[in-house]
Design a protein around this ligand. Structure first.
Ligand SMILES: [Zn+2]
Length: 154
């Protein structure tokens, strides 16, 4: 059983343990994330609207609506991830775990190009997440050119 599945199982031991979001945790989650999407590192300043909260372990898999399980996310990443914790590895074509930012260290799974224009997966998990969340698609790479100019690189 994977770490993500382990976490989901723990969260699912008691359905009554699922908490409802009362909205008070949004500032804390946003501050912890440095006001960046925690998947793509897109800064809130660059998108021009407040990023939303997403569940690291999806609520459909009994992930809690608590600061520990919530992440700041851009709409593109949130929609691409959906309720998934796994996706197809683009190299092997086999199911692989997606990056869980509450269980993994970003620097172990991803690296940026020297210009911060492209992001690459360093591991199977990183490559799977980059592909599944479209973290390195052409539009995102085009926009990241401006991050550097504006001093918004991660
Ligand atoms: Zn994002």
């Amino acid at each position: 059983m994977s770490a993500v599945q382990d976490s989901a199982s723990i969260a699912c031991r008691s359905q009554s343990s699922v908490k409802r979001n009362n909205g008070t945790c949004i500032p804390a989650v946003a501050a912890r994330a440095g006001h960046r999407c925690e998947s793509s590192q897109t800064p809130e300043q660059a998108v021009g609207y407040r990023l939303e909260l997403d569940h690291s372990i999806p609520s459909i898999k009994c992930g809690e609506t608590s600061n520990h399980n919530l992440a700041l996310a851009g709409v593109e990443c949130s929609r691409a991830k959906g309720p998934r914790t796994t996706a197809l590895n683009p190299v092997t074509g086999r199911e692989a775990r997606l990056f869980n930012l509450r269980l993994e260290r970003r620097e172990d799974r991803f690296r940026w190009s020297a210009t911060y224009r492209s992001i690459f997966g360093k591991t199977a998990m990183g490559r799977t997440t980059v592909a599944a969340l479209h973290l390195d698609d052409q539009v995102r790479r085009r926009v990241r050119v401006h991050w550097r100019r504006l001093g918004l690189t991660p």
